[in-house]
Ligand binder design. Structure first.
Ligand code: GLC
Length: 666
């Protein structure tokens, strides 16, 4: 949507806009005063850091909030922000999700029915999961999940074929397993409040840790499993608050050494700071949100994944709560478009994949994943699909939607064709000719066969395959990255056959990837000279530790969603059982070290929130596999036909020069 459109709509009162995050309000002549503001806040904040968890103060009704960098942007914007926050300060009641129970059945059911019939997710026998034995078995239960009393919606329950009953929890009801109970307690303890309302969860709540670093902040990516857990429990407020507040942060004025990144960038994390107010009354304080876009993060890494996760969570929120009004708001629509514009902006790239620096995702340190890492591509694809579902049709966004559709097709083609390896493909690469100058080169990226290293030849099983970690000119990163592969299944970036083959691969490599604790973040570790050169001799990322081949329990929830989608939940249930043997006893570590994940990670934080939430989401999804629908996306038939059209023009098969630049109007 064009900026002017947004303004017009706000001014004319069209739409329920409370706050516009429009980038055009940003103006260089406002920089001076907003910088002063930042400085002022920072100075105070440094004195007040210890007062972090003092959200109770807010209940005294302090309704004056600073919005760093936004503050001077526009008076009317500030006024609306204040309005928003005064509303919030009325307490959780005022923020209840409206429309959840609209019509008695809520949009969840309507939406569910739509996906049953239109998206092909669950139609009779076919599907990738959620297979319905009989339409009559759709039992619409009154779920007793209600927390806050906000939720008494009717929710359909889909009985799945074999999906339930393979784990320890055969019952679709939420179990009261003691580990789960403990996890819920810990998750609630990690909640962060702003203005009296829950707004997120801190990364780790480890009382024994001497170096907190930034683990006392709310990380966008870390909150996703927390948010999903709360959604599954029917506690929608915290997710809604998180989505709206991070949306405001998106428009912050952010700079690093006088350079500003793109406007749609979402922070990696934020902190709620309590600062003292000027004036006579020494006890008067107020709270500020203090985001980190990478300008303070170790290594100054820009969190490319944050905005993508935000879109994915927004869709999940709508699907689960039935509150579609949130995604329809003008400020939210603008936020989605800002992220998309940033990702879809033209650059120098020849590839449809997103070009990023090292450390731009879950692996937020130098690990040799700069370029086109799979994790980012899977999240990108997923966010594009989710955004397409949520974008309100309007003239102003036709170009954006066209660009989005074209990118979806090109991206899926590129990944499926060029990132995929299995034994057959590996053998093909092993026999590649190099230095081919032509339009129809087989070895397009000029990969030297020597890159097929001995470990890979040994490691590749006869059955199964996976998507490689990265592809660049003359470079294939053959490491297996779990999140990228798993999210390619969840999002449908991988084909159905590829998705099944990835799960086959995980099963075949169980002792390497799951071992004593799920799940290896990547395999194998960088060792020796490779470790020295690629990580810069990073002492935190030593071989088989942390990002370099460490094992991360949080990845359980994504694995579970992927397994459920492919109707193979027993794989996830097995992995959960492995985790349950020790995760609580070990105090919910952030990660595990050694080849077989036998040790708690060298510098792992304990009571790491996303380890806790990841476990909970895995359990909840296994207990009610139909709920995974809020995470899963499937290709629609139009995309499939555009894709086959694209295959037809693939020069590897037959070069059709005339069609090669065709724009696919999906
Ligand atoms: C580490 C992880 C990152 C995570 C953060 C907070 O830096 O690499 O993915 O978001 O810790 O838990």
């Amino acid at each position: 949507m064009a900026t002017s459109d947004a303004i017009l709509q706000v001014l004319s009162g069209a739409g329920p806009c409370v706050f516009s995050s429009n980038p055009c309000f940003r103006s260089s002549d406002l920089t001076f005063s907003s910088k002063l503001h930042i400085k002022c806040v920072k100075k105070r904040a440094s004195r007040c850091t210890k007062m972090f968890k003092c959200s109770n103060v807010l209940q005294n009704g302090i309704g004056n909030h600073w919005f760093k960098g936004l503050g001077d942007r526009d008076l009317s914007v500030n006024a609306t922000i204040k309005k928003l926050h005064l509303l919030r300060c009325k307490g959780p009641q005022a923020e209840r999700v409206s429309g959840v129970t609209d019509g008695g059945n809520g949009a969840w059911f309507v939406d569910g029915a739509k996906s049953l019939n239109l998206n092909g997710v669950v139609t009779g026998e076919q599907t990738d999961g959620f297979r319905v034995r009989d339409a009559q078995q759709l039992t619409r239960e009154k779920e007793g999940f209600a927390s806050n009393g906000a939720l008494n919606q009717e929710k359909e329950h889909l009985e799945t074929n074999g999906a339930v009953g393979t784990g320890r929890d055969a019952s679709p009801k939420v179990s009261v397993d003691p580990i789960e109970e403990e996890a819920w307690e810990l998750l609630r303890d990690s909640m962060v409040y702003y203005c009296g309302s829950p707004i997120g969860t801190i990364a780790a709540n480890d009382p024994t840790s001497s170096s907190v670093l930034n683990y006392d902040q709310v990380f966008i990516r870390d909150f996703i499993p927390s948010g999903i857990a709360f959604l599954l429990k029917g506690e929608y407020d915290i997710v809604r608050n998180f989505l709206l507040h991070t949306l405001q942060l998106q428009s912050w004025e952010k700079t690093m050494d006088c350079h500003s990144p793109g406007q749609g960038l979402m922070p990696a994390s934020f902190k709620v700071r309590t600062v003292r107010l000027d004036g006579d009354d020494d006890s008067a304080t107020e709270e500020v949100l203090d985001p980190d876009f990478g300008e303070a993060a170790i290594g100054r890494v820009a969190p490319v994944d944050s905005g993508l996760w935000w879109i994915i969570l927004l869709r999940a929120y709508g699907k689960c709560s039935g509150d579609l009004s949130l995604q329809g708001r003008i400020d939210v629509q603008t936020g989605i478009k800002m992220i998309l514009r940033l990702c879809l902006a033209d650059g120098f790239d020849m590839f449809p994949t997103l070009l990023v620096t090292d450390g731009s995702c879950m692996i937020d340190r130098r690990m040799g994943i700069h370029g086109h890492p799979l994790e980012i591509q899977a999240l990108f694809y997923s966010a594009l699909l989710c955004a397409r579902e949520m974008l309100a049709p309007e003239d102003g966004s036709a170009d954006l939607i066209r660009a989005l559709n074209n990118r979806l097709v090109a991206l899926s083609f590129h990944i499926r064709e060029y990132y995929w390896i299995d034994l057959r493909k590996l053998n093909e690469i092993y026999r590649y000719k190099t230095e081919e100058y032509s339009y129809d080169a087989v070895n397009k990226f000029n990969i030297y066969p020597d890159q097929v290293s001995p470990w890979l030849v040994e490691w590749m099983p006869n059955q199964g395959g996976y998507l490689i970690g990265n592809l660049q000119p003359a470079h294939m990163d053959f490491r297996f990255f779990s999140l990228g592969n798993i999210w390619s299944i969840v999002s449908g970036l991988a084909t159905r056959d590829q998705s099944n083959a990835i799960l086959d691969f995980i099963e075949a490599k169980w002792s390497d990837l799951i071992a004593d604790m799920p799940l290896k973040i990547c395999y194998p570790a960088l060792e020796g000279q490779e470790w020295q050169i690629i990580t810069g001799s990073d002492p935190k990322n030593t071989p088989w530790s942390y990002h370099n081949g460490g094992s991360w329990p949080t990845l359980l929830w994504q694995l579970t969603a992927a397994c459920i989608k492919m109707n193979r939940p027993e794989i996830a249930a097995r992995a959960v059982e492995v985790a349950e043997k020790r995760i609580s006893r070990d105090k919910w570590p952030e990660y595990y070290d050694t080849k077989k994940a036998r040790f708690i990670g060298k510098q792992a934080h304990l009571f790491q929130t996303w380890s806790i939430a990841g476990y909970l989401v895995a359990k909840l999804l296994l207990a009610d596999p139909s709920a995974a629908r809020m995470l899963v996306t499937d290709e629609d038939p139009e995309l499939v036909s555009a894709f086959s059209c694209m295959i037809g023009t693939n020069p590897r098969r037959k070069r059709g020069q005339k069609n090669s630049k065709k724009a696919f109007m999906v």
